[in-house]
Structures are given as structure tokens and as C-alpha cells.
Design a protein around this ligand. Structure first.
Ligand SMILES: [Zn+2]
Length: 231
């Protein structure tokens, strides 16, 4: 497996995140990318002009360097380039609280945007940067986060981390932001990564869990009698 360790991984914050009702992977308004100069080495590979040991993951790929503090409110639609890889890794954990994601016999639970990520038929493979969720965080996300077109819930028992999204640099072209680069692609040497990309194999639609999450969310209470790992 690639990319399963990232620079500066913070300590697991499941209890804190649950207590404050914050979204573990989301950036804060007081966090932002550092002002770094991206240059090329003699082999045409990207590096930072003032590169530091923590700028690369154990696989040697260059990651966005961010600074700031976890204050000022959260930008729920975004992904922090350390906390997102921290939970997408091995095995994936809940993007809301960094605790265990919910599993049943169909596999781990993912809550995805219906318009941008919904396939037309199931089971199918889905490529995403979204981590899985526990029931509690999924319920809260449905209630609190907006998604044009709504959400779908899917489950899978088989996932692979397949690459990164980030900015691809070229000596001759303008930088290409938010580009998907697979691990076997030579552009891994030209990308400054900011998120890991995961593939959900043979994902199935889970309408029963979604209905139940919506119902419990409307009632404004925690899920009762929910199957899954102890919380
Ligand atoms: Zn959670």
C-alpha cells in the first residue's frame, strides 16, 4: 500500500471531536496553506525551495504544507491535507470524529454527495476523497451539511488507496490544481498532494441506513439500538 503515512499526523482526536461536534477532516478558518516556493530539482521533480523533512510522506511524495491553528470555525466542505489522509489510511476511519467507521455485513459506511459521486448502477467502483463515517457523525452531517442534490449512502468491504489529488507542476505549463494522480503515474513526481484518493470496490447503495439516519436526524436524537462497534 502507498501513502498510508503522512507528515505531521496529529494524535487521534475522536473524543475531542465528538465532544465539540466538529468535523475532524475539515480545515479551520485560521488554517491555510503556507506560502512556499515550488521548484524543480535536476531530475524535473518538484520540491520546496526550503523543503523540510516533514513535507514528504514515508513514500517520498511531496504534500501541501499548512500552518495556523484549529480556531475560527470550520470550513465543512474542505479537507485538511494532514487530517484527511490520516483517516483515509489503513484502515479508513470516520471523517467526522476519527473514530471507527460504521460497518455491517455489507461493509463500511460512506456518505457521498448525490450529484457528484452517485453512480448510475450498483454494485460499482467509486473513486472518492471522502472518508467513511460512523452512524453518529453521518446523522449529524445529514442534518448540518449542505449538498446540492442531497446525499447517498453506500457500503463496501473492499477499498484501496489509489493515488492523490493535488496541484501538478510543470516547467512549461501553468500549475493544474485539484488533479487526480494515481500512484503509478510519473506525475507523482510533479504533484504537491493535498488529499489521498480511495477506491471503493463493488460498492452497494444503502437506502435503509440513509432513511434511518434522516429519520433520527429529524427527531434530533442519537441513533437508538444501532448495530456496530461500541462507541
Ligand atoms: Zn464519527
Amino acid at each position: 500500500m502507498y501513502g498510508l503515512a503522512v507528515p505531521g499526523t496529529p494524535a487521534p482526536a475522536a473524543d475531542e471531536a465528538r465532544a465539540e461536534r466538529r468535523l475532524y477532516i475539515a480545515p479551520y478558518r485560521d488554517e491555510a496553506p503556507s506560502d512556499v516556493e515550488v521548484v524543480f530539482d535536476a531530475d524535473g521533480r518538484v520540491r520546496y525551495a526550503d523543503e523540510q523533512p516533514g513535507d514528504r510522506c514515508v513514500d517520498g511524495w511531496l504534500w501541501e504544507r499548512w500552518e495556523g491553528t484549529q480556531t475560527g470555525g470550520q470550513l465543512w466542505a474542505g479537507h485538511h491535507p494532514v487530517r484527511q489522509p490520516d483517516v483515509i489510511g489503513h484502515p479508513p476511519r470516520c471523517g467526522g470524529c476519527a473514530g471507527e467507521a460504521h460497518r455491517d455485513e455489507r461493509g463500511m459506511l460512506w456518505l457521498l454527495h448525490a450529484t457528484t459521486e452517485a453512480p448510475s448502477a450498483y454494485p460499482c467502483d467509486i473513486t472518492t476523497v471522502t472518508p467513511p463515517m460512523c452512524l453518529d457523525c453521518a446523522c449529524w452531517s445529514l442534518r448540518s451539511c449542505r449538498a446540492d442534490g442531497g446525499f447517498i449512502a453506500v457500503r463496501t468491504r473492499d477499498v484501496d488507496v489509489i493515488g492523490v489529488r493535488g496541484t501538478v507542476y510543470s516547467p512549461t505549463q501553468p500549475p493544474q490544481v485539484d488533479t487526480l494522480v494515481l500512484f503509478h503515474d510519473s506525475r507523482m513526481h510533479q504533484v504537491v498532494a493535498n488529499r489521498l484518493v480511495i477506491r471503493l470496490h463493488d460498492a452497494v447503495l444503502d437506502e435503509t441506513t440513509l432513511s434511518r439516519l434522516r429519520a433520527d436526524g429529524h427527531r434530533g436524537r442519537a441513533l437508538e439500538g444501532a448495530a456496530g462497534p461500541p462507541r
